[in-house]
Design a protein around this ligand. Structure first.
Ligand code: GLP
Length: 241
């Protein structure tokens, strides 16, 4: 895995944008695998700024997001569909029809996972953006998720519910389940860009880079990807040699 350590979040977002822009300049109709969470927001801001200033156009771009909470409608401001519109899609020239995310309010969640897996097979990702959970999760693949799983329904761990509670009014409002791409779907991307910010990610980053490749730390599977770059700020990279 290639590792880039940056002095701060601004530089991390800039480096991430350079890599993203490199993909899009080579392939204007690229398929982007996108992530939610606070970490990629700086990257998305750079993409918006650049597009508004006449830079890269997203007219031919397609996207597939990693995950969505179960039970939140797209207009719920805590849903990941809403997050993506608010933090990126509504501010660039992308066709919303070309953006994809799991439907967390599907009546049959199992069928919805099958639909999404079938869709992903038609949308090979040129680049996949990832954040990392403090427990080493990627997307909503919690510790113990088999590496060969595809999109599935997950019960979120107490740790993740607590970490994500900061976005909700009350911890009890955090959905207990989600739909998520599996490690297998994530690993299919041609290029992976994983971003890590802050001291609370330092242990997960260390385990991802130096620990055994083990489902106990889902992000460790990325050691096996042929083109994966970690961009971490100094705090998240505290234990990186
Ligand atoms: C959530 C998301 C993950 C994300 C993680 C870290 O659990 N499902 O995709 O990587 O949070 O979030 P943050 O970037 O806010 O630290």
């Amino acid at each position: 895995m290639k590792v880039i350590i940056t002095k701060d979040y601004e530089e991390l977002s800039e480096k991430a944008f350079e890599i993203m822009a490199g993909v899009l300049k080579k392939k204007p109709d690229a398929v982007l695998g996108l992530a939610t969470g606070s970490t990629p927001v700086g990257l998305y801001k750079k993409m918006i700024e650049d597009c508004k200033n006449g830079g890269i156009s997203y007219k031919a771009v397609k996207t597939a997001n990693l995950d969505e909470y179960v039970g939140l409608t797209p207009d719920n401001d805590q849903s990941y569909r809403y997050f993506m519109r608010h933090n990126l899609f509504d501010h660039i020239d992308i066709d919303l029809e070309n953006t994809n995310i799991e439907n967390g309010v599907a009546s049959d969640l199992q069928k919805e996972c099958e639909r999404y897996n079938a869709l992903l097979r038609t949308l090979p990702r040129d680049v996949q953006v990832l954040g990392i959970g403090a427990n080493g999760h990627i997307a909503f693949n919690e510790p113990g998720t088999p590496f060969d799983s595809e999109t599935h329904v997950v019960d979120l761990t107490e740790n993740t519910i607590k970490m994500n509670a900061r976005f909700f009014e009350n911890e009890k409002d955090v959905p207990r389940r989600a739909l998520t791409m599996g490690p297998k779907n994530i690993m299919e991307a041609k290029k992976i860009l994983i971003l890590a910010v802050g001291a609370n990610k330092a242990d997960a980053v260390k385990g991802m880079l130096n620990g055994p490749v083990d489902p106990a730390l889902p992000a460790s599977i990325l050691q096996r990807h042929p083109d994966c770059t970690l961009i971490a700020d100094e705090a998240a990279a505290a234990y990186v040699k």
